[in-house]
Unconditional design. Sequence first.
Length: 120
Amino acid sequence: METTNSNSYQRLNAARGIGMMGSQLSLCKILKTVVDSMVADLPKIDAALLSEDVPAANRILHAIKGYMPIFACDALIAQVTTIEKISKTEPVAVVLPLYRELAPELQALIVEIRAFLANN
C-alpha cells in the first residue's frame, strides 16, 4: 500500500481524521471504537465467506466502508469501496480472493491505529 498522507502511517491518515472529527481527542475516541469493531468483524467476514454467505460479508463490509473515509488513506478507502460494491452482486468465488487481498491491509490498519492510540 502506497503512502498517501504526510504522517508516518501508510493506511491511517490521522490528519484527515482530526480534520473530520474536529480534534485529536475525538479522533482517538472513534478509533478506539473502530479497533474494537474491526477486531470482531474481520473474523465474521472470513466465516461468512467461507460458508459462502456473501450477503452477510457485504453487510459488514458496508459498515467498514462507511467509516473508512474518516481516517483511512485514499488507496485503502478505494479498495474497501470496490470490494464492498462487488460483494453486493458477485458470488463467493469472486469476492473471497479480493477479500483475501484486503484483509491484511485491514489488519495492518488495526496495528497502525493501535500505535497511534498508544502515542496519543
